[in-house]
Design a protein. Structure first.
Length: 310
């Protein structure tokens, strides 16, 4: 059975994937962008973006929509696809999803990262029944209720501030006594009347009542003292891990699972590139993802041209 064929297949429609699609389409390539969720990736789950050049403040949803609309105006093909694997056939690659297979002369992997789990008792059972990884998606369910936020980076601080506008009380639980986020966000958190801090603390268990989250048991890492914090919602922001398990048989990754690329965003497989948060790098931001997408796409188009000239 013949598979649908394209010049360039982009796996993932976050800022890296969508920028790659824009550059590919503008260069005249026939581009397919595959995504298993909503366009925007992690950006969709961000309440406010304040560090993307040119936009003093914009919601993650609005920025995602603007980027996606840009790809569509340029005629980028877009399809749902939960990618299972890539096969290297030399002059073309086969990308297999849960539904069908596609052929591409070049592929850009822009699958980003997924939210890390705590591994605490009750977490898996109560996922979606009080435990969430997205405040903007689920915050409204906990209007005027008490919630906890777990983590100490920018995401935890920013989402706690967002939730404080909806909930009666927000408690930030962090395993250290210092935050890792921006000072401006930390100041807002520490001065907010509806935000409490539980520092040097880790969650031992998520406790339920009638199949819903009712409280969390936290342990002080210095004293081992246990405390129970009542809450109807828990939002976890303890970092990300790369979505690369479906490619690691073919593509070289580091110990953490991030894809290793050179400055042209080339992987170890000719014709396969990577871009965005899925790559081994120091800074994972929307703006660095768009940079990677542009570089990967430009080099993928050059590679496709060499195939045509052979």
């Amino acid at each position: 059975m013949a598979h649908k064929s394209y010049d360039l297949i982009i796996i993932g429609a976050g800022p890296a994937g969508m920028t790659a699609a824009v550059y590919g389409a503008r260069a005249g390539a026939d581009v397919l962008m595959l995504e298993k969720g909503a366009p925007g990736g992690q950006m969709v789950n961000t309440y406010e973006v304040e560090n993307y050049t040119g936009f003093g403040k914009i919601s993650g949803t609005d920025l995602s929509t603007k980027m996606f609309n840009h790809t569509q105006k340029l005629g980028v093909n877009y399809a749902y696809g939960d990618v299972r694997t890539i096969e290297d056939k030399g002059k073309y690659k086969v990308v297999e999803t849960d539904v069908e297979k596609f052929e591409g002369k070049a592929v850009i992997i822009a699958t980003g990262t997924k939210n890390r789990r705590l591994g605490a008792k009750g977490e898996e059972r109560l996922a979606g029944r009080g435990i969430s990884w997205c405040a903007i998606c689920d915050g409204a369910f906990f209007k005027d209720k008490e919630v906890v936020v777990v983590g100490g980076g920018n995401s935890a601080l920013e989402e706690a501030l967002y939730l404080a506008g909806l909930c009666s009380k927000v408690t930030i639980i962090h395993r250290r006594d210092k935050f890792r986020g921006e000072k401006k966000a930390e100041e807002k958190v520490r001065n907010h009347e509806k935000i409490d801090l539980a520092l040097d603390a880790v969650i031992e268990s998520f406790n339920e009542e009638e199949n819903k989250l009712d409280s969390v048991t936290v342990r002080n890492v210095k004293t081992n003292e246990l405390n129970q914090i009542p809450c109807r919602g828990a939002f976890i922001y303890i970092g990300q891990e790369p979505a690369t398990s479906m490619f690691s048989h073919l593509i070289k990754v580091n110990k953490q699972g991030y894809i290793i690329t050179n400055d042209k965003m080339e992987t170890n497989i000719k014709g396969v590139y990577a871009a965005g948060d899925v790559c081994e790098k120091d800074l994972r931001q929307i703006i660095t993802a768009t940079n990677d997408g542009a570089v990967a796409s430009q080099n993928a188009v050059k590679y496709i041209e060499t195939l045509k000239n052979k």
